[in-house]
Design a protein around this ligand. Structure first.
Ligand SMILES: Cc1cc2nc3c(=O)[nH]c(=O)nc-3n(C[C@H](O)[C@H](O)[C@H](O)COP(=O)(O)OP(=O)(O)OC[C@H]3O[C@@H](n4cnc5c(N)ncnc54)[C@H](O)[C@@H]3O)c2cc1C
Length: 531
């Protein structure tokens, strides 16, 4: 096979596919090797229950780059996002509820039920997050500079960032707090209503092994205003046909650009020849040669499992060993005979309460206590639930009259103090269902089937170290120039010709496509430079 491919992409996650499509369009011969039976990584649709199109892992979209949709003509390949409005519904134990979304009149009405003062402040809070997002969003498409050896290009990037920061003027210190501080401090300062604060805090803890009072959690708050659906900022949506609608469109675009994609092709080893990437060896024994290898697997898998320790400098390996993969996320996919009938907003006909994310987390202390359990290695006694029912907006994902729920649960710590996740899987899912029953008493009896993905199942299914849904924690010390490790950003690695092209690299996790897009650009830049 020598010389057949210019680039081998390890892993067909959405970022690997984005990289493959851009490299293919630039005239490179690309081979994508995916270990699972389908491409998409954590962004897939599978028929887990007959007749249901289940988004096995990721379940909502807003962050995917519109530039990639345009460049790769993804709509022609079937990609469509269905906006959700309202975007969230939080029922409370006293029978009240809060709905929020892109409709500012609705937000004002709903927040006023709890605090008139908070309703007045809410648009200003969103404007503050917008200002921070305006600072951060342009960095998504950047190659982060190596802070120790920035070179001219890195210095220009840093200069541009410095200017953008200066433009924030008086808002600069607030921006620093959002980028590094605790969500709780910020929310406590802005608002008085426990109901509003807990709903907003859920943004900050998604996928994190952290509570809102911990520094670093505020960073994700502005995802709330970031991204867009159909040109509307901050609006999250469901992908028609499930999240795999995006990755199937990406695969079609990559194939159209000439890339070859093979599933059930697990890479066992990255071949290195005199410090240079030389190809890959598959678990099947097959070998493929190429001078460029781009890994969509996480940094731990790429550097400690696919390479020998002798292939890499000791200080680099020590930094890789320090990457935090702490996680406490669990996902339950549920086929339903009928919609949840909430005490707060009764009815089993599709209503606004079913369209957005349904939060079960009455106040900030509830979230803190849920985290406290996890801190000591116990699954939360009273977990935080985020439920979405895409079938209400997209009828194609469930048979007529049936519904599909995605229940994202925190905290389910990967490392348990006692027992195993194989033993905890079903009892913990029962606990989550009993909790939702308190708010919607018909829930458990409407369940037709369920699939429980514990952190260990997430690790096994998607090859995500520690079950971390973002290929490494999204904490300030692991972002931008520190992702995956300081001194090795820019998608390059200590092995020439070996690149990272997935969420392990800047800007990290979430269905954005940016790591794959940026990596392809850097690979092409190096090729041009090296000839
Ligand atoms: C349960 C869960 C829920 C989430 N919810 C959301 C959400 O709603 N919205 C959102 O924006 N983000 C969400 N995320 C995060 C988001 O899905 C990920 O950050 C994103 O999918 C990362 O994409 P990727 O292409 O970089 O990597 P991955 O999706 O991790 O893909 C990597 C691919 O590489 C393959 N691979 C690994 N090792 C090898 C090997 N040795 N040989 C061959 N192939 C290999 C894997 O099988 C996988 O297909 C969620 C993640 C999870 C797990």
């Amino acid at each position: 096979m020598a010389g057949k491919y210019d680039v081998i992409v390890i892993g067909g996650g959405h970022n690997g596919l984005v990289a493959a499509a851009y490299l293919g369009r630039a005239g490179r011969a690309v081979l994508v090797l995916e270990r699972r039976h389908l491409v998409g990584g954590a962004c897939v649709t599978e028929e887990t229950f007959p007749g249901f199109k289940v988004s096995t892992a990721a379940y909502v979209n807003s962050l995917f780059r519109k530039e990639i949709v345009r460049d790769l003509d993804l709509r022609r390949h079937g990609f469509e996002v269905l906006a959700r409005s309202p975007s969230s519904f939080t029922p409370y134990p006293d029978g009240r509820s809060l709905m929020l979304g892109p409709d500012s009149a609705l937000n004002d009405r709903e927040i006023s039920k709890f605090s008139r003062r908070d309703a007045e402040r809410y648009p200003r809070y969103e404007a503050m997050l917008e200002r921070v997002a305006a600072l951060v969003e342009p960095t998504i498409g950047m190659t982060p500079p190596d802070l120790q050896r920035p070179g001219l290009r890195g210095l220009m990037t840093l200069f541009g960032l410095g200017r953008a920061y200066r433009r924030l003027g008086a808002g600069a210190s607030e921006a620093v707090e959002v980028l590094t501080g605790a969500a709780r401090d910020i929310l406590d300062r802005w608002f008085e209503s426990p109901e509003l604060k807990s709903t907003l805090a859920t943004d900050a803890i998604i996928g994190a092994m952290a509570s809102p009072s911990m520094p670093g959690t505020a960073y994700v708050l502005f995802h709330h205003v970031m991204g867009e659906t159909d040109g509307r900022r901050g609006v999250w949506g469901y992908v028609r046909g499930g999240m795999g609608g995006l990755t199937q469109a990406l695969a079609a675009a990559a194939r159209e650009a000439g890339a070859e994609i093979r599933c059930e092709a697990e890479v066992e080893r990255i071949l290195v020849d005199r410090g240079r990437a030389a190809g890959v060896a598959l678990a099947s024994g097959e070998e493929h040669r190429a001078t460029i290898v781009a890994s969509n697997a996480d940094a731990h898998v790429t550097f400690t499992r696919l390479l020998g320790r002798a292939d890499l400098p000791a200080d680099f390996l020590a930094a890789v060993d320090r990457i935090s993969y702490a996680s406490a996320s669990l996902k339950i996919n549920v086929a339903l005979a009928e919609l949840p009938d909430f005490r707060a907003v009764p009815g089993i006909e599709p209503g606004p309460q079913h369209r957005g994310t349904i939060h079960i987390c009455p106040d900030l202390d509830y979230i803190e206590r849920a985290y406290d359990d996890a801190k000591y290695g116990r699954p939360s006694e009273r977990p935080v639930l985020e439920c979405t029912i895409p079938s209400v907006v997209d009828p194609t994902v469930a048979p007529p009259g049936r519904h599909l729920m995605s229940m994202f649960v925190q905290y389910a710590p990967y490392s348990l103090a006692e027992g195993t996740w194989d033993a905890w899987r079903e009892p913990f899912a029962d606990r989550c269902f009993a909790l939702l029953d308190e708010y919607a008493p018909n829930f458990s009896r409407s369940v037709i089937a369920r699939q429980v993905l514990t952190p260990v199942d997430i690790e096994r299914t998607f090859n995500l170290t520690g079950g971390n849904i973002f290929q490494g924690a999204m904490t300030p010390g692991q972002l931008f120039s520190f992702r995956p490790v300081p001194g090795h950003t820019g998608y390059r690695t200590p092995i020439r010709g070996l690149y990272l092209c997935g969420a392990a690299a800047h800007p990290g996790g979430g269905v954005m496509g940016a790591p794959g897009w940026n990596a392809a650009r850097e690979i092409l830049r190096d090729r041009r430079r090296l000839g």
